[in-house]
Design a protein around this ligand. Structure first.
Ligand code: ADE
Ligand code: ZN
Length: 322
């Protein structure tokens, strides 16, 4: 089967993290910004470990300075993602990188992103929805303006609130205010947990933040009681195997727990996270799942069905992509 043309749905990407290195280099050149040595000899992003990855990521983001930069980024990303057969994608967008948490500025950035998403839907046949994201290592106070931006701009495009960044900073409960605010506004909730943290981090994320999805969640794989709780609460995992391998959250594809989680009955989905950083695409993720675990068309169809059912979109959109 051709993995490239197989229709795919992915729920976990970061908009800035989808920026090709050449795109960021182009902006840096245009704006005469010195972003330092964030590239390797082949022109790809270079980082040693997760903490360094976050620094390189933030350095790349310094070149994204205007709504027009985000409009161009969104269009370029969606063209490439659609070329890999993705028909529906959700992306994390951070007010911190779009006007520093200021609501008026955020509205301008968001308008540009939505404008590009609408253009891409017409041109490339891909639908995008946005999840406003607090950055955990910026601290609980900094996540509050992000949640306010989410609450104020909830609508057709912004359908969720989430949290990314350094998972080991603080405990989930420290961020409850932002998640409560977003929940009261009617937003769907997800949070990175169990990428680096163990079962207690995943448990507290479910208990204290009330999320319906978890970003990664692989730290739950060895805890049977937690797996039962995830299933009972119908929580869906946004698993990003290629990201986990490159960032060394797991030792390699063969030891990735996605198959174990799925076979235990957990609802798993597959996404790319930050594709150019991890030299991946949805096509490559599917190829590696087939090569490593022997997954075939039925398995990929099941992945898509789980992702469509868990998508943070309205029912009309769900029917259209289903
Ligand atoms: N931001 C972008 N990619 C991320 C990841 N894999 N984990 C946490 N925060 C991120
Ligand atoms: Zn992520």
């Amino acid at each position: 089967m051709s993995f490239k043309s197989f229709p795919k749905v992915e729920l976990h990407t970061h908009l800035e993290g989808c920026a090709p290195p050449a795109f960021i280099r182009g902006l840096a050149r245009e704006k005469k910004i010195d972003i330092g040595g964030i590239f390797d000899a082949d022109g790809g992003y270079a980082f040693r470990d997760f903490d360094h990855f976050l620094k390189v990521y933030e350095a790349a983001c310094t070149t994204l300075q205007t709504p027009e930069d985000f409009r161009r980024l969104t269009l370029a990303v969606l063209e490439e993602t659609a070329a890999n057969g993705v028909i529906y994608m959700e992306t994390f967008v951070s007010p911190d990188f779009c006007g520093g948490g200021d609501l008026a500025a955020w509205r301008d950035y968001l308008a540009a992103i939505v404008d590009a998403a609408d253009e891409a839907e017409t041109k490339f046949g891909i639908t995008l929805r946005g999840i406003v994201t607090g950055i955990r290592h910026f601290g609980p106070e900094a996540c509050k303006p992000a949640a306010r931006c989410a609450a104020e701009t909830k609508g057709r495009f912004i359908t969720g609130y989430g949290m990314a960044g350094g998972e080991m900073v603080g405990r989930p409960g420290d961020y409850a205010y932002s998640f409560d605010l977003a929940r009261e506004a009617g937003l769907n909730l997800t949070c990175h947990a169990g990428e680096w943290g163990g079962p207690s981090m995943v448990r507290e994320t479910i208990r204290d933040l009330g999320v319906s999805r978890i970003g990664h969640g692989i730290g739950a794989a060895d805890d049977h009681a937690l797996i039962d709780e995830i299933m009972e609460k119908d929580i869906v995992l946004e698993v990003c195997p290629g990201s986990n391998v490159v960032l060394k959250a797991v030792s390699g594809w063969p030891s990735h727990p996605i198959a174990k989680l799925r076979d235990a009955g957990v609802k798993v989905t597959v996404s790319t996270d930050d594709p150019p950083f991890f030299h991946t695409t949805m096509t490559k993720e599917f190829e590696m799942l087939q090569r490593t675990f022997g997954w075939e068309e039925d398995d990929f169809n099941a992945l898509n069905r789980t992702a469509i059912a868990a998508a943070f979109c309205d029912e009309d959109t769900r029917e259209r992509i289903g």
